[in-house]
Ligand binder design. Structure first.
Ligand code: ADP
Ligand code: ADP
Length: 222
């Protein structure tokens, strides 16, 4: 589903954030991406979403070489990817429904399909019935689940998360991990960037460890 082939990224005026990174993720695989602050985790995720371009090397997502995508293909590429952020980036003046529906509206779905998919997404994270609420009325864990519902409402093949449990206590973090595992079980490829070591230790999953922009260790779990 994902292949990095000797990928390097140097920001203009900066040092090398990634220096020759290669790895593959199978379809339906779940892995953690970890490493110290500044190791290159966010950069790696941004390259997959085409929020940044590599300085060297090639990235394949779902068989497509991202270097070869034309501008008109980029929105279709992004629809294959759901993204979960630490601060979930919800619109606080909009309802839960509007927040989750946002990627569908951008993609041009009609109202009926939109409503059906939003309900399915909220159901998948256990928040059915909260459509009319505003994010401020929800707990931190519920807000993060709204962020996950928004990320999966398009039924993406690939789910990326950047420190998704950064603001949550251990119990809530575990609930969020259970959700990610459920998406993995239905065939979604999941990559979670986190430096929460205790969380990673509690899960028997593959670990990609970045250090100074290089893969220090790729620990598979069988
Ligand atoms: P992590 O997510 O592991 O903390 P990042 O990918 O955010 O690491 O950062 C990797 C390196 O790239 C760091 O040295 C960081 O300062 C640098 N960096 C990240 N984004 C930019 C940017 N937009 N411009 C310049 N340097 C950046
Ligand atoms: P830009 O305008 O910088 O190109 P994007 O269009 O990639 O940014 O993303 C804008 C916002 O939409 C992101 O901050 C993110 O919250 C959200 N987003 C983008 N792609 C997805 C996706 N596949 N699933 C869920 N949310 C997404």
């Amino acid at each position: 589903m994902v292949r990095f082939d000797q990928v390097a990224k140097r920001y203009s005026g900066g040092k090398e954030a990634l220096a020759g990174v290669s790895f593959e993720l199978e379809r339906g695989e779940m892995a953690f991406l970890t490493g110290h602050s500044g190791a290159g985790k966010s950069t790696l995720l941004k390259l997959m979403m085409l929020m940044e371009r590599p300085s060297r090397g090639q990235i394949f997502v779902d068989g497509q070489n991202l270097n070869r995508l034309t501008p008109s293909q980029i929105p279709y590429h992004r629809r294959k990817i759901g993204v979960v952020f630490q601060n979930h980036q919800l619109l606080f003046d909009r309802t839960v429904y509007d927040n989750v529906a946002l990627p569908l509206l951008i993609a041009g779905y009609n109202h009926m399909d939109c409503a059906r998919r939003v309900r399915a997404a909220l159901d998948s994270v256990g928040l059915l019935g909260l459509e009319g609420r505003k994010p401020v009325e929800l707990s931190g864990g519920e807000q993060q689940r709204v962020g996950i519902a928004r990320a999966v409402v398009n039924k993406p093949a690939l789910l990326l998360a950047d420190e998704p449990t950064g603001n949550l206590d251990p119990d809530l973090s575990e609930e969020i991990m259970d959700l990610f595992m459920r998406f993995q079980q239905v065939g979604v490829t999941v990559l979670i960037a986190t430096h929460d070591i205790s969380l990673i230790e509690s899960m028997n999953k593959r670990r990609l460890i970045l250090e100074h922009g290089m893969i220090l260790e790729d620990r598979h779990v069988f």
